[in-house]
Design a protein around this ligand. Structure first.
Ligand SMILES: [Cu+2]
Length: 524
């Protein structure tokens, strides 16, 4: 843009010798989200912006400097911050974590977030906070809804409609009513778009439709106390141009309860407690949203259904002294992943059963984490601050797959078959540390702050890394443990692992965070 503008100005300049001195470019307006404080960006996701984001969290985050997204059709992208994605980004909605179920990450955590329905978006860059759970080596992203504040009986109503080319149509309603003692809030939204046509006029599959409904009931007996109960549901579908299957169901169920109390006393100032439950039930298939075309890997209409149930909670206390503030607490999370399995050799039963519960759910992974953390802010002087944090996490993951089903590339045509799981029933445990130290100083001569920070984050491998469905090339040798154990070197080198460690009993996945996502880089 700049280059072409300069060239145009240059051409004009040649024809008008009298203006030889000055080259004037058309004014350009650049908008962006400003930093709230060093390393923290806070914005209101309800503010309209250009380019118009898609209806998910990833496409919204893409408008903040430093973020990009792995696009995934029209919607349901996966956010990337400074080149890191997946579980390196701690993405929380209302303080709770909504983990997706799809083994191919069609439903990344951000895909369950409709930014319009939140009041505040906070991004804490790098491992510079330990308050929000383990492993956030890239950044912590908080989508939050703030409590309603009514001093007398009143209500408010916000609604918006958005329409654009390619059938884009969004509806959004946010209503609340209450008084000084409490409130009720309803948030409902839906978003849809059609396929688009590329430059050649060919249709590119990108159609989607999704909806969310959430309610919040708050009790505020006094100005320093809040008890809030939240519940929500959502669903949708999305067509993909770059995948062998489309996402035909993205069902979400959420429940949450939080308690906040401030002004408790001189030193022990505040207490926050929260529990949350998030459930994702995802279906993908290769026939309901596209014309079925047999392929080598999927010669028949195929459907896959997975779910994930995440239960978590945290308890945080705030202590204040003259120049020092301490936030310390504990958190825990339990997450179970399951899938619906066909009886062996009966591909069509899944298709017949579709979204019903005719076939049994089979658990394949159980993950637990327990953490204790503390973050200290020390006001050294009027303009200087020292902030530090430390957290310790206990992680546990159990491989619940008795066998796994994958393609057998040694036969032609390729067939799907069951492989023994050499790590069936095994549990991996790790104790990991994270911490940071940061010095900040506001300058006297300039309206600026400089800071220097050092952070360290250790991350336990996530579901996708630990229990990734074994790809065909791998499956050929994987059932033999001997062969599986020889693999780590090639795997870790392919993934550019730093300090990767192979634990017997699990596919070789490093426990440290500074690596790229491995699933796309399986050894040949
Ligand atoms: Cu999927």
């Amino acid at each position: 843009m700049l280059a072409s503008g300069a060239l145009a100005a240059e051409a004009e300049h040649a024809g008008h010798a009298e203006h030889a001195e000055a080259v004037e470019l058309a004014p350009m307006v650049i908008t962006g989200v400003g930093q709230q404080s060093p390393l923290t960006v806070v914005t209101d996701p309800k503010i309209p912006r250009q380019p118009m984001p898609a209806s998910d969290g990833a496409d919204y985050l893409k408008t903040i400097p430093g973020f990009s997204a792995v696009r995934n059709g029209g919607v349901n992208g996966d956010p990337v911050f400074r080149g890191m994605f997946g579980s390196r980004l701690k993405l929380l909605s209302n303080g709770g974590e909504m983990l997706g179920a799809c083994p191919n990450r069609m439903d990344s955590p951000s895909s369950y977030i409709s930014p319009d329905t939140f009041d505040k978006l906070t991004v804490i860059k790098g491992p510079q906070s330990v308050l929000w759970g383990p492993g956030a080596s890239a950044a912590t992203v908080l989508f939050e809804r703030e409590p309603e504040q009514f001093s007398e009986p009143d209500y408010r109503l916000n609604g918006s409609l958005l329409t654009a080319s390619n059938g884009r149509f969004d509806r959004n309603l946010d209503a609340a009513a209450g008084n000084s003692q409490g409130y009720a809030r309803l948030m409902a939204n839906s978003s849809q778009a059609d396929d688009y046509a590329d430059g050649n006029g060919d249709t590119v599959p990108s159609r989607y439709d999704k909806w969310n409904t959430d309610i919040a009931l708050g009790w505020t007996p006094d100005a320093d106390t809040l008890v809030e109960l939240t519940a929500g549901r959502g669903d949708g579908y999305a067509r993909y141009a770059g995948r062998g299957m489309d996402g035909s169901q993205f069902q979400r169920e959420s429940l949450g309860l939080r308690f906040e109390k401030t002004n408790l006393g001189e030193t022990f100032y505040g207490l926050e407690a929260q529990v949350y439950y998030n459930y994702a039930d995802h279906i993908m298939d290769n026939y309901s949203l596209r014309d079925f075309v047999p392929s080598m890997m999927m010669p028949n209409p195929t459907l896959s259904r997975v779910d994930r149930r995440t239960l978590g909670g945290r308890l945080v206390g705030t202590w204040q002294w003259t120049d020092v503030e301490l936030k310390a607490g504990v958190d825990a999370q339990r997450s179970e992943h399951r899938k619906v399995m066909n009886p062996a050799g009966a591909a069509n039963q899944m298709v017949t059963a579709a979204g019903s519960d005719a076939l049994p759910w089979v658990p394949d992974a159980m993950l637990h984490s327990y953490g204790v953390f503390g973050e200290l802010t020390w006001q050294l002087s009027e303009r200087e601050k020292l902030i530090s944090g430390l957290r310790l996490d206990l992680h546990e993951a159990t491989d619940e797959r008795e066998f796994f089903r994958s393609h057998d590339a040694s036969s032609m045509p390729i067939v799907s078959r069951n492989w023994d799981n050499p790590t069936a029933g095994e549990t991996r445990r790790d104790t990991l540390y994270s911490g940071f130290l940061r010095y900040e100083e506001e300058l006297v001569s300039l309206p600026a702050t400089w800071y220097a920070g050092l952070g360290h984050a250790e991350r336990f491998p996530d579901y996708w890394e630990l229990l990734f469905p074994i790809p065909a090339r791998w499956a050929r040798c994987n059932p033999s443990t001997r062969c599986g154990r020889r693999r780590p070197r090639s795997w870790t080198s392919a993934c550019n692992t730093q300090r990767g460690r192979w634990r017997p009993g699990f596919p070789p996945m490093p426990a440290w965070s500074r690596i790229t996502f491995c699933s796309a880089m399986c050894p040949a």
